[in-house]
Design a protein around this ligand. Structure first.
Ligand SMILES: Nc1ncnc2c1ncn2[C@@H]1O[C@H](COP(=O)(O)OP(=O)(O)O)[C@@H](O)[C@H]1O
Ligand SMILES: [Mg+2]
Length: 315
């Protein structure tokens, strides 16, 4: 069994992290000068929170990384008293570090903790502040209680651009001796929608199936995703006869695609430079897609919302 690329090619230093260059530069400052503040990273999955926390720890603590860095995953730890115990023991541990360096507790997915546990965590942070710094990570910053946020430097990671993702995929291809044309990498990066983990996973799937020779057409064959041309057909059908477009749309559900996947395909169609639309039509189209995306993200995951998107996009 091949190890997952996301593990095998996880960036080891901040220089390998793509996107968010200003943030990364700021973090390198702490690597060089020490005095790391408590940090709360926030972003949707797959943009590098866990990776950056590890790189930061490894680079700041160098040889002492093993003794001076612990990682706790809030969604694995059963309750706050377990976390308190582990952090206390760790904070009391004697590790000799250069001036300006501190032991680091990395607490991943802290938005999975209850508000009470988060408030308790704030106390723990205060009690251990002399010897220990905290790096927290969350997907949704509004799920982190304000008193905890206010004790951290909150860093919101932006989705890496398509170009950034291509850069990372190209580096991995080099290391893994994969041959990939620029269109092939662009397609993988486009599909990822800012999620580097997704792009790297798809790179691995495609590379296995295509014996390390990636072409755009090959990837279309191997990966199961909705082609923008299919969206184009639904869109033009719906513009002349709504039922026709709608029944084609429903076919996608029958084929097993989720509402999220369909909306993502509509987004790719709307953003694709090859899609011919006036600026005004494109704006209306993307607005319909964005509103549907927001409703789905709010938990209303239904065919009806996607049908509404089609109505609004073709009005
Ligand atoms: N900004 C990035 N630069 C380079 N690789 C990345 C980046 N973000 C994610 N990755 C890749 O995706 C995988 C998952 O990233 P991770 O840091 O676990 O994301 P998160 O914690 O935000 O969900 C990593 O192993 C790495 O290979
Ligand atoms: Mg993570």
């Amino acid at each position: 069994m091949q190890k997952p690329f996301v593990e095998l090619y996880r960036p080891q230093t901040l220089s390998e992290v793509v996107g968010n260059q200003q943030t990364v530069e700021r973090l390198k400052y702490f690597v060089d000068n020490g005095n790391l503040p408590n940090i709360l990273f926030s972003s949707p999955p797959g943009m590098g929170k866990t990776t950056i926390a590890h790189c930061l720890g490894r680079q700041m603590l160098a040889d002492q990384f093993k003794q001076a860095f612990i990682e706790l995953n809030a969604s694995d730890e059963r309750n706050i008293s377990d976390i308190r115990e582990r952090v206390r023991t760790f904070a009391q541990l004697q590790v000799t570090l250069p001036v300006g360096r501190h032991k680091i507790v990395f607490l991943d997915e802290c938005d999975a903790m209850t508000s009470q546990a988060q408030l308790a965590l704030r106390r723990i942070m205060e009690d251990c502040g002399d010897s220990t710094r905290f790096i927290l990570a969350c997907n949704i910053v509004s799920k982190v209680v304000e008193p905890l946020q206010s004790r951290c430097c909150v860093i919101t990671l932006q989705p890496p651009s398509v170009e950034d993702i291509i850069t990372r995929l190209r580096q991995i291809c080099e290391k893994a001796s994969i041959k990939a044309g620029p269109e092939a990498l662009r397609l993988l990066a486009d599909l990822a929608d800012g999620d580097v983990r997704n792009a790297v996973n798809n790179l691995q799937t495609a590379s296995l199936a295509l014996q390390k020779q990636l072409t755009e057409a090959g990837i279309r064959d191997v990966l199961d995703f909705i082609d923008v041309n299919q969206v184009g057909k639904i869109y033009s059908a719906a513009k002349t006869r709504f039922d026709e477009g709608h029944s084609q749309l429903q076919k996608l559900f029958i084929e097993g695609y989720s509402a999220d996947e369909i909306v993502a395909a509509f987004y790719r169609f709307g953003m694709n430079p090859k899609t011919v639309m006036t600026d005004q039509t494109r704006a209306k189209f993307l607005k319909a897609v964005a509103q549907c995306h927001a409703r789905l993200a709010g938990g209303i995951n239904s065919e009806l919302q996607v049908a509404r998107m089609l109505v609004e996009a073709t009005e």
